[in-house]
Design a protein around this ligand. Structure first.
Ligand code: DC
Length: 219
């Protein structure tokens, strides 16, 4: 097992932007675990699987593959590249529902650990420091107020031409926060040895500088 940086936190806290930047600087692989739960959600929507049993059956027939090209993660479902399709707002909502199920989590965690076993990784998600990589070299928890996180997500979706209102994005994130924080299986929480960074008044580069310095000190 090589070096690993675990980055956890709620939606819109800046995890993926910062994880991508730090991975680029260190030459590590950036693993976006949320994308994996999103693929499960897309598959369930496609096959009309609703409810725990139906989702578990759908999971058995799902062909998820993850590849890395020039440091960018691509995900495909049944051979079709769905990296962009999984960003749709209805898939965001569905992903936090399937992510609450134990069988779904067990399968995703197993794959995430396999990736980290062979590479130096920066992995972002909700349970990375706590469950997926409990021995990570460095654990970070990014946070920011809901209002700020909603604005960020709104701007990100708008820049991709996805038509949503700020109010709806706010409500959707609030709802997902609630589900991610209150589920029984691996709820979102700060791992006991994680460093908490409030990203509210920091640029992604500033957050990345702090993490890079901490990582270099640690190794
Ligand atoms: O990071 P994201 O918004 O792409 O994640 C989508 C959903 O997946 C999110 O609501 C919570 C869930 N998730 C999780 O439970 N565990 C992870 N390691 C990553 C994401």
């Amino acid at each position: 097992m090589g070096y690993s940086i675990a980055i956890d936190g709620p939606c819109g806290s800046g995890k993926s932007t910062v994880a991508r930047l730090i991975a680029g600087r260190l030459g590590f692989m950036f693993v976006d675990t949320g994308a994996m739960y999103r693929v499960v959600a897309l598959h369930c929507v496609n096959v009309g699987a609703d409810g725990e049993e139906a989702v578990e059956t759908a999971l058995e027939n799902m062909r998820l593959s993850i590849t890395y090209k020039n440091g960018e993660q691509r995900v495909s479902l049944g051979g079709e590249d769905v990296t962009d399709a999984i960003r749709a707002p209805e898939i965001s909502k569905a992903s936090s529902k399937v992510a609450a199920l134990r069988k779904v989590r067990d399968k995703m965690v197993e794959q995430q650990r396999l990736i980290a076993a062979n590479e130096n990784v920066v992995m972002d998600g909700r349970d990375i420091g706590d469950r997926v990589l409990p021995d990570a070299t460095l654990k970070i928890y990014l946070d920011a107020e809901l209002k700020r996180r909603a604005e960020r997500r709104f701007n990100e979706l708008a820049s991709k031409g996805i038509d949503v209102s700020l109010n709806n994005v706010y409500k959707e994130i609030e709802e997902r926060d609630y589900r991610d924080l209150n589920r029984t299986e691996s709820p979102l929480r700060v791992a006991k040895d994680a460093v908490v960074i409030n990203t509210e008044r920091m640029s992604p580069e500033e957050v990345t500088d702090v993490i890079e310095a901490m990582f270099k000190k640690r190794i």
